[in-house]
Write a new protein. Structure first.
Length: 554
């Protein structure tokens, strides 16, 4: 874990205007800077950066925070990755807590090996010819940092000559210890495919044999830096295009990704020798992209597409399956310059849920009534795992595929499975409450003054913002917007108390009107009206802060 001290050092060493200017164009607007928000489409700038407060806030979509938060959102990184990215950009050294390793040795070994592998490829004509024959351009070789490794001894010699500790190289997954107790390289006589995390840091390698090794492709083993079930090959290069297009193409291999990028499909990634897993889903969810599963048409490819479609559709993802027939795959189609045909395939395909239903049907002999019944029951079981609204659509698809009435696929849905509708209320701008909240942000003891005399509900549309402020949660978008808005004044203590008195006067006058209209015990109603008219309001009008009493709520 990165130490808090070094995070604070980073924050104090960087300027938010400088950081954000690396990504978007900012224009001076008074004491602040403005821009079109990079996180939602807009024609009028509502994205504001405050150099004084070192925060940004968009008045259009509500997103905001400090420089770290901006890099997290723009680069689609975790907090730790964003901190490390900024530290790298500004050459600031981070320290890590003693109980948490930084894996700096392992990272250095991977980085040096990556450069060494690349230099090897330039010198090896046989490896270069292989890539050329597969249709891979020089530009793609450089973009994906492809390399080459020959013998195990050359790897060990490089590590030793670079004074890299061999035990750490084992931890990094590049060498291993044999039964004879000697070190050996995991990848030999192979084209090397560096594997990066979403922040673009090297975490492992894949290798394609150029010899007769039975395993055509091998990946680094699982290490503390590399978990193949959580990583997509090529994601660091594809993520911006995935966001821009709103689609992610998921393929089965390195070459498919490289060749798709070469043909302009730069939103393509691949799983790393494993099926799509639940651990991959957060990466997809962050992009909010539709999924295109682009798999081979062999038995293994169709089975992988079925399992992936089942998981994705039941997890609420939208997308389609593209199966390449006749032994075709994306890499070969690009190499053969069949780009238009490839485009047609990728623009077509079968909806995820429809593909699942069709695959379930294909497992049974539908002409046999007993088999048909089993197939229908399996489809019904699948449909139960879907969102109720989506389920209704797929019931109609199942009815079409099986050529039977939709009623056969329906089952009773419990009330808790019904979609919950949340009413969205728009905030009615209230300058008085914005001034109160901003004053409380600047002077913490004002919060105690306010809570001594009134309750959270007095803030109306600002109630949650008031609660968050009292709980020191300043990441509330309303609070952030108020803080960055220079037109909202900060009140003095006297002005703050006068405004609270005004809020109480408005509340009690409103309460008097309600009391006249509602049915209430005569004695209680008379007491409340008398109390408000002859005691509370006169004291408030004289400038006394009279605490709100909850028993006056009706």
């Amino acid at each position: 874990m990165i130490s808090q001290n070094s995070i604070e050092t980073l924050k104090s060493s960087i300027d938010i205007v400088d950081v954000i200017s690396n990504y978007i164009e900012l224009k001076k607007a008074g004491a602040n800077f403005k821009a079109l928000c990079p996180f939602h489409g807009e024609k009028t700038p509502s994205f504001v950066v405050s150099p004084k407060k070192q925060i940004f806030h968009c008045f259009g979509c509500g997103i905001g925070g400090d420089a770290i938060k901006f890099v997290m959102e723009y680069e689609k990184l975790s907090y730790k990755e964003a901190v490390e990215k900024l530290a790298s950009m500004y050459n600031i050294r981070l320290t890590y807590d003693k109980n948490s390793a930084s894996y700096s040795d392992e990272k250095r070994i991977l980085e040096l090996l990556e450069h060494w592998y690349k230099s090897n490829l330039i010198k090896n004509q046989f490896a270069l010819d292989y890539l050329k024959n597969r249709g891979i351009s020089q530009k793609s070789i450089e973009r994906f940092a492809l390399g080459y490794v020959d013998s195990s001894s050359s790897v060990l010699n490089f590590l030793k000559s670079s004074q890299l500790p061999l035990p750490k190289a084992v931890d990094a997954g590049v060498i291993a210890i044999g039964e004879d107790g000697k070190y050996y390289a995991r990848l030999t006589n192979r084209i090397i495919f560096p594997i990066y995390n979403q922040a673009g840091s090297i975490i492992g390698f894949g290798g394609r044999t150029l010899g007769n090794h039975p395993a055509k492709y091998i990946n680094s083993p699982q290490t503390k830096l590399f978990d193949k079930s959580r990583v997509f090959y090529g994601y660091h290069l594809a993520k911006n295009e995935i966001y821009n297009r709103g689609e992610i193409i998921i393929t089965e291999g390195y070459l498919d990704v490289i060749m798709l990028h070469q043909a302009g499909f730069t939103n393509a990634v691949a799983t790393l020798g494993t099926a799509l897993t639940p651990h991959h889903l957060p990466l997809i969810k962050k992009t909010n992209a539709k999924v295109i599963l682009a798999y081979d048409g062999d038995k293994a490819g169709i089975n992988a597409a079925y399992k992936a479609s089942l998981m994705l559709s039941q997890s609420g993802y939208e997308g389609r399956v593209v199966i390449f027939p006749g032994g075709k795959d994306p890499a070969d189609m690009v190499a053969q310059n069949s780009i238009n045909e490839l485009k047609e395939y990728l623009n077509g395909g079968t909806d995820l849920g429809v593909f699942v239903i069709e695959q379930i049907k294909s497992k049974y002999d539908i002409n046999n009534p007993h088999q048909k019944n089993l197939a229908i029951n399996e489809v019904k079981s699948y449909l139960k795992g879907l969102n109720p609204i989506v389920r209704e659509s797929y019931i109609l698809e199942a009815s079409r595929i099986f050529a039977i009435a939709p009623a056969y696929f329906k089952s009773k849905v419990s009330k808790d499975m019904q979609p919950k509708v949340t009413k969205q209320s728009s905030i009615t701008k209230d300058p008085a409450w914005e001034a109160l909240l901003k004053s409380m942000m600047k002077n913490n003891h004002f919060i105690d003054i306010a809570l001594d005399v009134l309750d959270f509900h007095f803030a109306k549309d600002y109630e949650q913002a008031f609660r968050d402020l009292a709980n020191n949660n300043l990441d509330n978008p309303i609070l952030r917007g108020i803080e960055i808005d220079d037109s909202v004044p900060v009140l003095s203590e006297d002005e703050f108390k006068k405004q609270l008195i005004q809020e109480l006067i408005v509340y009690y006058n409103s309460l008097l009107k309600k009391l006249k209209l509602i049915n209430l015990d005569y004695n209680k109603k008379s007491y409340l009206i008398r109390k408000i008219k002859t005691d509370i309001l006169p004291r408030l009008k004289k400038g006394e802060l009279v605490a709100y009493e909850s028993n006056f709520t009706i």
